[in-house]
Design a protein around this ligand. Structure first.
Ligand code: HEC
Length: 194
Protein backbone atom coordinates (compact mmCIF):
# COMPACT_ATOMS: atom_id res chain seq x y z
CA UNK A 1 0.00 0.00 0.00
CA UNK A 2 1.61 3.25 -1.13
CA UNK A 3 -0.21 5.63 1.16
CA UNK A 4 -1.36 3.98 4.40
CA UNK A 5 -2.95 7.19 5.73
CA UNK A 6 -5.15 7.52 2.65
CA UNK A 7 -6.13 3.86 2.99
CA UNK A 8 -7.09 4.30 6.66
CA UNK A 9 -9.05 7.47 5.84
CA UNK A 10 -10.91 5.64 3.06
CA UNK A 11 -11.70 2.75 5.42
CA UNK A 12 -13.03 5.21 8.05
CA UNK A 13 -15.21 6.95 5.45
CA UNK A 14 -16.59 3.59 4.36
CA UNK A 15 -17.45 2.66 7.96
CA UNK A 16 -19.20 6.01 8.50
CA UNK A 17 -21.15 5.51 5.25
CA UNK A 18 -22.23 2.00 6.31
CA UNK A 19 -23.23 3.38 9.72
CA UNK A 20 -25.35 6.12 8.13
CA UNK A 21 -26.98 3.62 5.78
CA UNK A 22 -27.91 1.42 8.74
CA UNK A 23 -29.44 4.33 10.63
CA UNK A 24 -31.57 5.22 7.59
CA UNK A 25 -32.60 1.60 7.10
CA UNK A 26 -34.00 1.30 10.62
CA UNK A 27 -37.78 1.39 10.99
CA UNK A 28 -39.09 4.91 11.36
CA UNK A 29 -39.88 6.17 14.84
CA UNK A 30 -42.22 8.90 15.91
CA UNK A 31 -42.98 11.30 13.15
CA UNK A 32 -40.11 10.36 10.86
CA UNK A 33 -41.31 9.07 7.50
CA UNK A 34 -38.93 7.32 5.13
CA UNK A 35 -41.30 5.22 3.06
CA UNK A 36 -43.84 7.79 1.95
CA UNK A 37 -43.32 11.51 2.05
CA UNK A 38 -47.00 12.07 1.31
CA UNK A 39 -48.59 10.38 4.33
CA UNK A 40 -48.00 8.64 7.62
CA UNK A 41 -47.06 4.96 7.14
CA UNK A 42 -49.89 2.55 7.97
CA UNK A 43 -48.02 0.99 10.90
CA UNK A 44 -47.95 4.25 12.83
CA UNK A 45 -51.65 4.99 12.28
CA UNK A 46 -54.26 4.28 14.95
CA UNK A 47 -57.43 2.31 14.14
CA UNK A 48 -59.47 5.40 13.23
CA UNK A 49 -56.74 6.68 10.90
CA UNK A 50 -56.47 3.28 9.19
CA UNK A 51 -60.27 3.20 8.69
CA UNK A 52 -60.19 6.75 7.28
CA UNK A 53 -57.30 5.85 4.97
CA UNK A 54 -59.16 2.89 3.44
CA UNK A 55 -62.43 4.83 3.24
CA UNK A 56 -60.60 7.49 1.24
CA UNK A 57 -59.14 4.86 -1.09
CA UNK A 58 -62.63 3.31 -1.50
CA UNK A 59 -63.94 6.76 -2.47
CA UNK A 60 -61.11 7.13 -5.00
CA UNK A 61 -62.11 3.76 -6.53
CA UNK A 62 -65.70 4.98 -6.92
CA UNK A 63 -64.52 8.24 -8.50
CA UNK A 64 -62.28 6.50 -11.02
CA UNK A 65 -63.15 2.79 -11.27
CA UNK A 66 -61.23 2.26 -14.52
CA UNK A 67 -57.96 3.48 -12.95
CA UNK A 68 -58.60 1.42 -9.81
CA UNK A 69 -59.42 -1.62 -11.97
CA UNK A 70 -56.19 -1.27 -13.94
CA UNK A 71 -54.24 -1.00 -10.71
CA UNK A 72 -55.84 -4.22 -9.40
CA UNK A 73 -55.44 -6.17 -12.65
CA UNK A 74 -51.76 -5.18 -12.76
CA UNK A 75 -50.93 -5.85 -9.11
CA UNK A 76 -53.11 -8.88 -8.28
CA UNK A 77 -51.53 -10.85 -11.13
CA UNK A 78 -54.42 -11.15 -13.62
CA UNK A 79 -52.29 -9.60 -16.35
CA UNK A 80 -49.42 -12.03 -15.77
CA UNK A 81 -51.55 -15.11 -16.40
CA UNK A 82 -54.05 -13.70 -18.89
CA UNK A 83 -51.56 -12.59 -21.60
CA UNK A 84 -49.48 -14.28 -24.31
CA UNK A 85 -45.70 -14.68 -24.18
CA UNK A 86 -43.02 -15.41 -26.79
CA UNK A 87 -40.49 -18.23 -26.38
CA UNK A 88 -38.16 -15.84 -24.50
CA UNK A 89 -40.99 -15.40 -21.93
CA UNK A 90 -41.58 -11.77 -23.00
CA UNK A 91 -45.16 -10.55 -23.12
CA UNK A 92 -46.17 -10.23 -26.77
CA UNK A 93 -47.02 -6.60 -27.51
CA UNK A 94 -50.68 -6.34 -28.46
CA UNK A 95 -51.59 -9.52 -26.56
CA UNK A 96 -51.85 -7.98 -23.10
CA UNK A 97 -54.88 -9.53 -21.37
CA UNK A 98 -55.77 -11.45 -24.56
CA UNK A 99 -55.01 -14.74 -22.80
CA UNK A 100 -52.97 -17.64 -24.10
CA UNK A 101 -50.50 -18.46 -21.33
CA UNK A 102 -50.65 -22.24 -20.93
CA UNK A 103 -50.19 -23.29 -17.34
CA UNK A 104 -49.34 -26.97 -16.88
CA UNK A 105 -50.27 -28.52 -13.58
CA UNK A 106 -49.17 -32.10 -13.18
CA UNK A 107 -50.90 -34.48 -13.17
CA UNK A 108 -54.06 -32.54 -14.07
CA UNK A 109 -53.11 -31.12 -17.47
CA UNK A 110 -52.86 -27.81 -19.35
CA UNK A 111 -54.83 -24.76 -18.33
CA UNK A 112 -54.65 -21.93 -20.89
CA UNK A 113 -55.74 -18.62 -19.36
CA UNK A 114 -58.60 -17.02 -21.29
CA UNK A 115 -58.97 -13.81 -23.24
CA UNK A 116 -60.21 -11.05 -20.89
CA UNK A 117 -60.53 -8.33 -23.57
CA UNK A 118 -64.03 -7.33 -24.75
CA UNK A 119 -63.75 -9.25 -28.04
CA UNK A 120 -67.23 -10.67 -28.70
CA UNK A 121 -66.19 -14.01 -30.21
CA UNK A 122 -63.05 -14.91 -28.26
CA UNK A 123 -63.10 -12.69 -25.15
CA UNK A 124 -65.57 -11.40 -22.56
CA UNK A 125 -67.55 -9.21 -25.01
CA UNK A 126 -70.73 -11.28 -24.61
CA UNK A 127 -70.42 -11.84 -20.87
CA UNK A 128 -72.55 -9.77 -18.47
CA UNK A 129 -70.92 -7.95 -15.54
CA UNK A 130 -72.44 -10.55 -13.17
CA UNK A 131 -71.05 -13.43 -15.24
CA UNK A 132 -67.54 -11.95 -15.15
CA UNK A 133 -67.76 -11.33 -11.41
CA UNK A 134 -69.05 -14.89 -10.84
CA UNK A 135 -66.08 -16.34 -12.75
CA UNK A 136 -63.62 -14.26 -10.72
CA UNK A 137 -65.14 -15.02 -7.31
CA UNK A 138 -66.75 -18.46 -7.72
CA UNK A 139 -64.91 -20.06 -10.65
CA UNK A 140 -68.10 -20.60 -12.67
CA UNK A 141 -67.95 -19.79 -16.40
CA UNK A 142 -70.74 -18.23 -18.49
CA UNK A 143 -71.84 -21.70 -19.65
CA UNK A 144 -71.89 -23.04 -16.08
CA UNK A 145 -68.54 -24.94 -16.27
CA UNK A 146 -66.89 -25.11 -12.86
CA UNK A 147 -63.16 -24.29 -12.61
CA UNK A 148 -60.72 -26.05 -10.35
CA UNK A 149 -59.45 -23.70 -7.61
CA UNK A 150 -56.13 -23.50 -9.49
CA UNK A 151 -54.49 -22.01 -11.44
CA UNK A 152 -57.32 -19.43 -11.62
CA UNK A 153 -57.32 -18.34 -8.00
CA UNK A 154 -61.06 -17.62 -7.63
CA UNK A 155 -61.13 -18.86 -4.02
CA UNK A 156 -58.75 -16.04 -3.01
CA UNK A 157 -60.56 -13.51 -5.18
CA UNK A 158 -63.87 -14.42 -3.49
CA UNK A 159 -63.09 -11.95 -0.69
CA UNK A 160 -62.65 -8.94 -2.98
CA UNK A 161 -64.98 -6.04 -2.18
CA UNK A 162 -67.90 -5.35 -4.57
CA UNK A 163 -66.30 -1.96 -5.36
CA UNK A 164 -63.04 -3.57 -6.44
CA UNK A 165 -64.85 -6.21 -8.52
CA UNK A 166 -66.89 -3.49 -10.26
CA UNK A 167 -63.64 -1.60 -10.90
CA UNK A 168 -62.01 -4.69 -12.48
CA UNK A 169 -65.03 -5.20 -14.74
CA UNK A 170 -65.06 -1.49 -15.67
CA UNK A 171 -61.38 -1.66 -16.60
CA UNK A 172 -61.74 -4.90 -18.61
CA UNK A 173 -64.59 -3.25 -20.55
CA UNK A 174 -62.41 -0.20 -21.29
CA UNK A 175 -59.50 -1.98 -23.01
CA UNK A 176 -59.51 -2.60 -26.78
CA UNK A 177 -60.92 -5.94 -27.94
CA UNK A 178 -58.27 -8.37 -29.22
CA UNK A 179 -59.30 -11.47 -31.19
CA UNK A 180 -57.43 -14.44 -29.73
CA UNK A 181 -59.15 -17.78 -29.38
CA UNK A 182 -57.81 -19.69 -26.40
CA UNK A 183 -58.50 -23.43 -26.20
CA UNK A 184 -60.34 -24.84 -23.21
CA UNK A 185 -58.14 -26.68 -20.72
CA UNK A 186 -57.37 -30.31 -21.30
CA UNK A 187 -57.30 -32.10 -18.02
CA UNK A 188 -57.36 -35.70 -17.06
CA UNK A 189 -60.27 -36.63 -14.79
CA UNK A 190 -57.84 -37.14 -11.95
CA UNK A 191 -59.38 -37.33 -8.45
CA UNK A 192 -59.01 -33.84 -6.99
CA UNK A 193 -57.87 -35.03 -3.57
CA UNK A 194 -54.67 -36.49 -5.06
C1 HEC B 1 -52.26 -17.95 -11.79
C2 HEC B 1 -52.83 -17.55 -13.03
C3 HEC B 1 -54.11 -16.72 -13.01
C4 HEC B 1 -54.34 -15.55 -12.34
C5 HEC B 1 -53.41 -14.81 -11.40
C6 HEC B 1 -55.65 -15.12 -12.74
N1 HEC B 1 -56.21 -16.02 -13.60
FE1 HEC B 1 -58.06 -15.91 -14.40
N2 HEC B 1 -57.83 -17.74 -15.20
C7 HEC B 1 -56.64 -18.44 -15.25
C8 HEC B 1 -56.84 -19.66 -16.02
C9 HEC B 1 -55.78 -20.70 -16.29
C10 HEC B 1 -58.19 -19.66 -16.42
C11 HEC B 1 -58.90 -20.73 -17.21
C12 HEC B 1 -59.16 -21.79 -16.18
C13 HEC B 1 -59.89 -22.97 -16.67
O1 HEC B 1 -60.55 -22.86 -17.70
O2 HEC B 1 -59.79 -23.99 -15.96
C14 HEC B 1 -58.79 -18.43 -15.90
C15 HEC B 1 -60.10 -18.05 -16.09
C16 HEC B 1 -60.59 -16.77 -15.87
C17 HEC B 1 -61.88 -16.26 -16.29
C18 HEC B 1 -62.94 -17.05 -17.04
C19 HEC B 1 -62.82 -16.82 -18.51
C20 HEC B 1 -61.69 -17.60 -19.05
O3 HEC B 1 -60.65 -17.00 -19.28
O4 HEC B 1 -61.80 -18.82 -19.18
C21 HEC B 1 -61.96 -14.95 -15.92
C22 HEC B 1 -63.10 -13.96 -16.18
C23 HEC B 1 -60.72 -14.65 -15.23
N3 HEC B 1 -59.92 -15.78 -15.21
C24 HEC B 1 -60.42 -13.41 -14.71
C25 HEC B 1 -59.30 -13.18 -13.93
C26 HEC B 1 -59.07 -11.94 -13.20
C27 HEC B 1 -59.95 -10.71 -13.29
C28 HEC B 1 -57.92 -12.10 -12.50
C29 HEC B 1 -57.27 -11.15 -11.53
C30 HEC B 1 -58.14 -10.69 -10.45
C31 HEC B 1 -57.42 -13.44 -12.80
N4 HEC B 1 -58.28 -14.05 -13.66
C32 HEC B 1 -56.24 -13.96 -12.29
C33 HEC B 1 -55.46 -18.10 -14.65
C34 HEC B 1 -55.29 -17.00 -13.82
Amino acid sequence: MRNPIAAIAAACLLLVAIGLARVRAQPPHGKQVYVSLARKPLWSMNAAEVAAFYAERGADAKKNPVARGQYLVDTVGCVLCHSSYDDQKRMIPGKRLAGGLRIRIEPYGDFPAGNLTPDKDTGLGNWSDAEITRAITQGILKDGTRLLPFPMDWASFSTMTPGDLDAIVAYLRSIPPIANRVPRPTWAPFPLYL
